[in-house]
Ligand binder design. Sequence first.
Ligand SMILES: N[C@@H](CCC(=O)N[C@@H](CS)C(=O)NCC(=O)O)C(=O)O
Length: 279
Amino acid sequence: MNDTTYTPPKVWTWDAESGGNFANINRPIAGSTHEKALPVGEHPFQLYSLATPNGVKVTILFEELLEQGITEAEYDAWLIRITEGDQFSSGFVGVNPNSKIPALVDRSGETEVNIFESGSMLVHLAEKFGKFLPASGPERTEVMNWLFWQMGSAPFLGGGFGHFYAYAPEKFEYPINRYAMEVKRQLDVLDRTLANRKFIAGDEYSIADMAIWPWYGALVRGVLYSAAEFLSVDEYKNVKRWADEIAARPAVKRGIRVNKSWGDEDTQMHERHSAADFD
Ligand SMILES: N[C@@H](CCC(=O)N[C@@H](CS)C(=O)NCC(=O)O)C(=O)O
């Protein structure tokens, strides 16, 4: 270990200049920074998001529902540029007090419903349309087990490993080592489970796959943090098989494009208001 040592002061204070990616948006207080209403389109669902792994979980589900001919799942997807602080507008905070994408408003009923946390959105939509989540019994519990597994595990991959390996302004052995070990353990959990199952919760594709794939599928397919070699992801053959199979689904191909504001121009789609936007 060669990390420089740091002695924490008695009381932590906010050093806004402390640097690093996202330093301009990170802050220790909640609430809005500016007054701005959110745009509203014509469809029953209004999604405010960005094509990060947490964002595409929900656009994949919307596209899967539409793929099945469920036109009631039509949605408008609006771009929230988190590096520019859009998540701190009064309108966004009104839907999600936690100021993180995705945020969803369900306007299909008499009363508008605000939904935050991607897992809550997946359950809300799956229950509403009776798809991708068994209504009861052990099969439903198993989907929930893996859905909640993702919610608890991915912060170690993103906020832990990804932050220190890819984003931190300086590389330190201790956190990279600690989180690489945990992420490899998580990949092994998935790999052992997928050795005996087609999908993560059993024989059926579910919202648990939609939640886990954008993080761990991207990792084993080499499109997250450029960490495939570092983490020897080829070891996880069952995860790779599952990840490639899901990547080939037409709805998934569409879902990952929605609210994408980086990369090649022809892969970007800042907003989505109808199926024609994909043409
Ligand atoms: N647990 C949340 C995580 C959401 C999240 O971390 N969103 C990130 C982008 S992937 C974000 O909006 N970050 C902006 C910020 O932290 O200010 C969920 O699953 O919805």
